[in-house]
Design a protein around this ligand. Structure first.
Ligand code: ZN
Length: 633
């Protein structure tokens, strides 16, 4: 008992001492070190281990990984090159420690100060990084706070209001048109400059749209998304009463029942009208899909590629079907082609097509004709002046004609294959076409190492029995081919030069179209459930009776030249030239091939594919094929 009393007395004393120390400590310890710069992310104060600071150049530096992961981005560190790759939504940013060089979706930019390492933490200039992702930075002097607001999935969006709107490579009419999109397409808003909005395209590219044909709308957090939330102020087309979806089960043969308008997030399309069905596709954010059938709470919709699938009605809004009659070329509606002249520039021909403005066009090839179609245009040239005879190889003559009631066709009659380049006329009144004999030297070739991590996610491709990944061997072979082609004087562009590809699958093809490539070579490795399957094949795509079909001869010749040369060098089993509707082949404007070099699922070929000597042979084979192709074989 005594001991107990003693004990409790001790306890009491100890407690007193504890409180004393605590009180003393509170009074005399310094009131926490200088608080430094406070950091707010989308309105919430956060406390990273390494706080923001201002560097010697006066730039506010912030911890990259902490901020970007908080904002829902993925941050990858590339040890070998001390690089950082940040992927958020469809934007990929790449930069390096101690380097001012940066890439945003493949576009090169220069930083005004370099990223640096503080211990293990990468510190980056806040303004650059936020802007790269379409965000906003504010500095509040009074509270010494940096406030970063990042949009994206919860940020502003741009909805197109013109019936078909041009997306350009820069903020002005003098920039090239990279694509044309229909009314009500919703794109992420990245920024603004003198009456133009910078937008993020779904295939990974960025572009600019005139504010006269677009409208800024709030993010999904405002009102459930631009399509679900109804029109914002100033919209001239509020949803009418008859916009309500039809009731009960319905089916149609002729015209769609209506359109399913997808909101700001992509939606899964399923094989049947039930959530347990497997996914057969994805409806892109902002897209409008024809509804062909209605069953209970489900719509059967037609996807962009023509396939049909089922969509839960709750995931889209209804809009009445309006058949589209116009060609997607609103800005070119009243274009007049007024004349053509031909001059020579060294070995090349310069063909000037005069018009009331610069214009976009589609090219195709047909036997010895190079065809340029100008949509939305009328020919305003007197009948005696629609043909210019040249008769000097490779150009025989140029002819103009009204091909359809709103398409002007320009035909170059040739006697050997040429490379076509174009640029708007200096006065913006028409286009200049440069034609020169094509050769490997000086040609523009896009090499596409299959798979890798793109805006849609990580995709290793096929994986061999011992774990060799297709994406890695494809990249190695592509780089070896690129080196050979560069040595031969070709201009080579890779859709990815490391793990990260800034483009979606179709975006890889659009990239080649954008830069006006002459050829597109996609490099893959094949796979089969059977480990015995082996060999080499080359794919092309050019169905007869379509626009691509006009390149059939050219595409087949390219595929055949590469296949023959490859098998000759590799000694692999010749599986031949094949035709398949692959996205990269379907979406490329220029002749394109997809090479299945060997079977990564075959234990022997897996080891070959992983072997630098074999990889070099693949590069040599494709290179030989390209040389033969340019030699006209
Ligand atoms: Zn593949």
């Amino acid at each position: 008992m005594i001991r107990k009393k003693l004990k409790s007395r001790w306890a009491f004393l100890l407690m007193l001492m504890f409180f004393y120390i605590l009180a003393w400590g509170l009074k005399t310890l310094p009131a926490a070190a200088d608080p430094g710069i406070a950091l707010f992310l989308n309105g919430v104060q956060v406390k990273p281990a390494v706080p923001p600071y201002i560097d010697a150049n006066g730039r506010t530096m912030v911890p990259l990984r902490f901020i970007m992961e908080y904002m829902g981005a993925r941050v990858d560190w590339l040890e070998k090159e001390r690089g950082i790759v940040v992927t958020r939504g469809s934007i990929t940013l790449k930069m390096w420690i101690d380097s001012r060089q940066a890439y945003v979706n493949g576009q090169s930019l220069t930083l005004d100060t370099t990223p640096v390492l503080k211990g293990d933490t990468t510190m980056v200039p806040v303004r650059f990084v936020s802007q790269a992702f379409g965000g906003r930075v504010e500095w509040e002097e009074a509270t010494q706070s940096v406030k970063i607001t990042l949009g994206g999935s919860a940020g502003s969006q741009v909805r197109l209001t013109g019936s078909y709107v041009n997306i350009r490579s820069g903020p002005g009419l003098n920039y090239s048109i990279i694509t044309t999109l229909p009314r009500d397409t919703v794109l992420s808003f990245l920024g603004e400059a003198s009456g133009w909005y910078k937008v993020q395209l779904k295939d990974g590219r960025q572009g600019w749209v005139s504010a006269s044909y677009a409208q800024l709308v709030g993010g999904p957090s405002d009102n459930g998304g631009p399509s679900a939330g109804g029109p914002s102020e100033g919209d001239t087309k509020p949803p009418a009463e008859d916009n309500r979806p039809p009731d009960g089960d319905q089916q149609t043969d002729g015209q769609p029942l209506g359109l399913a308008v997808i909101g700001s997030r992509p939606v899964a399309v399923l094989a049947g009208p039930s959530p347990v069905e497997k996914q057969v596709g994805t409806a892109a954010a902002g897209s409008r899909l024809p509804i062909w059938e209605q069953k209970g709470d489900w719509w059967q919709v037609e996807m962009d590629d023509g396939r049909r699938g089922w969509l839960a009605r709750a995931l889209a809004t209804f809009a009445p079907y309006e058949p589209s009659e116009k060609e997607p070329n609103d800005s070119q509606d009243n274009l007049q082609i007024t004349g053509v002249t031909v001059t020579t520039v060294g070995e090349a021909f310069k063909v000037t097509v005069k018009a009331t403005g610069a214009f976009t066009f589609k090219t195709s090839r047909w036997d010895n004709r190079l065809i340029v179609d100008v949509p939305g245009a009328v020919l305003a040239v007197s009948s005696g002046q629609t043909t210019v005879e040249v008769n000097r190889p490779p150009l025989l003559r140029v002819r103009l004609g009204q091909y359809t009631k709103d398409t002007v066709r320009i035909v170059f009659d040739l006697n050997s294959s040429v490379r076509l380049r174009s640029q708007p006329a200096a006065d913006q009144k028409g286009m200049i076409f440069l034609l020169e004999k094509s050769s490997l030297k000086g040609s523009k070739i896009v090499i596409d190492p299959g798979h890798g991590t793109d805006p849609e996610g990580r995709d290793p491709g096929a994986i061999g029995p011992t774990g060799v990944q297709e994406k890695d061997v494809n990249l190695a072979m592509a780089q070896k081919l690129a080196a050979l082609l560069k040595q031969a004087g070709a201009n080579v562009y890779l859709t990815r030069s490391d793990e990260i590809c800034p483009y979606t699958l179709s975006g890889r093809a659009y990239y080649a179209n954008d830069i006006g490539a002459d050829l597109f070579i996609s490099i893959h490795s094949n796979a089969s459930l059977s480990p015995e399957a082996s060999g080499t094949s080359t794919y092309f795509y050019a169905p007869e009776g379509t626009a691509l079909g006009q390149q059939r001869e050219e595409r087949l010749r390219l595929a055949t030249a590469i296949q023959n040369a490859l098998v000759a060098v590799l000694g692999t089993k010749d599986l031949g030239v094949r035709e398949a509707n692959f996205a990269v082949l379907r979406n490329t404007d220029m002749p394109s091939v997809l090479v299945e070099t060997a079977f990564i699922s075959n234990p022997t070929e897996e080891q070959l594919l992983n072997n630098p000597t074999f990889q070099a042979k693949v590069a040599e084979g494709i290179f030989n094929g390209l040389s033969a192709y340019f030699a006209g074989q």
